[in-house]
Design a binder for this molecule. Sequence first.
Ligand code: WT7
Length: 660
Amino acid sequence: MDDITLLKQASRQFHPSAEFVKNAAISGMDAYRALCAEAERDYQGFWARLARENLIWQKPFTKALDESDAPFYRWFEDGHLNVSYNCLDRHLVNGNADKTAIIFEADGGEVTRVTYRELHQKVCKLANGLKALGVNKGDRVVIYMPMSIEGIAAMQACARIGAIHSVVFGGFSAKSLQERIIDAGAVAVITSDEQVRGGKSLPLKSIVDQALEMGGCDEVRHVIVHRRTGNMTGQVAGRDLWLADLMAAQSELCEPEWVSAEHPLFILYTSGSTGTPKGVQHASGGFLLWAMLTMKWTFDLKPSDVFWCTADIGWVTGHSYIAYGPLAAGATEIVFEGVPTYPDAGRFWQMIEKHKATIFYTAPTAIRSLIKAADSNPDVHPQQYNLTSLRLLGSVGEPINPDAWLWYYKHIGREQCPIVDTFWQTETGGHMISPLPGATAMVPGSCTLPLPGIMIGVVDEAGRELPDGQGGILVVKRPWPSMIRDIWGDPQRFIKSYFPEELGGKLYLAGDGAIRDVDTGYFTITGRIDDVLNVSGHRMGTMEIESALVAHPLVAEAAVVGKPDTTTGESICAFVVLKRARPAGAEAQLIAAELRNWVAKEIGPIAKPKELRFGDNLPKTRSGKIMRRLLRLLAKGEAVTQDISTLENPAILEQLKEVS
Ligand code: WT7
């Protein structure tokens, strides 16, 4: 603690070392400003240059950005390329064929390495297998897999044949999986028999079976199963087949399907403030360009680096910074199957030491929980491990509080490693606001400056730009290559969600609040401005959880709010009115447990409310609107000081103060 106080006092800004600056891809603030100026001067020319220099085109594009159908922007549209070719084949001819692409560490510690040549072969075989099953360009394939080489190969194989993948996080329930399969209209599902995390085996294939049995997934013709543990119950003849059997019969060469840069690469479902999860649709060329370029700019990737992003392929971070960016940039990357606390909370540090990781990218939630663990058990404190291989640290998914930042800086980075606090979203495809490690002076808790070419603004509710120092709504003022292209099957919702008329229809609405510092111009994210929660870096809509709760036969009404949590960032607090009398004591406990499990079954364990409170009613205005603002105060345990005379039922507030 004393050290932290010292660090805080020493200076507010942290500068990268001269050594780091010297070798960095973007070296010094002048280099950063020059790139920003180039983008300002000639936006199209800037992106066209980068796309030509970084991607391999089978047919060159003639125009960078087409705005004729805004806000459906199109990038490099008449150019043809293949994403998998850009991630794999390019390294076979530049002397990197035998470079390790992936160091895979299983939950139990077993390590498997694949070179670029081997990964290419795997991807080609899988791609040929998919083709043999009749999966065509444009078809959707749902991937429901654990962290594995096969999971990444499955994504790459889809890209190779122009099929559109939709990865569903392995923690989602059968019902969530079914909804995504139906919405995407998937023709095949790739899964594994089980996944292994924290020493426990959890079923995946049987959840796929359940999802398909729920009905509506009529287009699914094939379920391809990777054998992870060998434990599997039930095979449907004609539908199910082993991944290994499918691949065994195939050639190691698969001619890539050349597609337009605008061809959809994937759909990834994410939560919004209303309705069901949105299928965020990304395009091939623009997405890959930014995933690769941010590997070079934000992560300053060098050929000798060992890159480790701890995300799951079920989230966008695992798409941009595991499955695509690192491979396109020719990195050696670590892929980890397990959890940070198994066999103990020193696992991350032990793996950094063992594999000599040089760049480490994780979420503030993980850092905060590992700080707690290290405080209570000196054996898992990072000082027990040799972390000297590290040269750069990253943070993603939620704001990082200054204390966690300082601990990360001191104990993991030994005060030698810059920290890139990367602000972005599923919809943005890649980093938007982040320090550049060889240029930007860091301020704990601020994601600092927009990346070159990314035009960020802070506006009021009418879309008018606000002066620095005044908090407002975070927007992106110009389209950028890796931006969301559409919400799968719902273009109207795309426009309403991201280019709302209230802001003038031209600004991309991120859904976050932000403030720009008067002196430094640095941005600080002030949190979501909609009903989206961030629990352990997982994004969830309050409405989804409410819908799940009211689907339970006992529940009449439910309102869900976020509550600040020192480990998970936010936690879920649900206020519930039952169809029967308000329960108390043991009965309340029992029903609360039942409802938690119900939500886990409906959505997934990540959506389980941490806290449940029962009331005879919910605080409402006379017109019947639930006062969520008041519920947020109650959840935090704060006093309601404002005027509540407009409330229909003010007495209810007393009752809802109690936790069941
Ligand atoms: C939301 C996006 C970023 C990829 C993983 C999450 C929050 C993300 C930061 C950050 C403050 C952050 C925002 C954003 N967020 N990174 N560095 N500082 N907030 O992607 O699930 O689409 O969530 O995560 O609220 O809107 P996502």
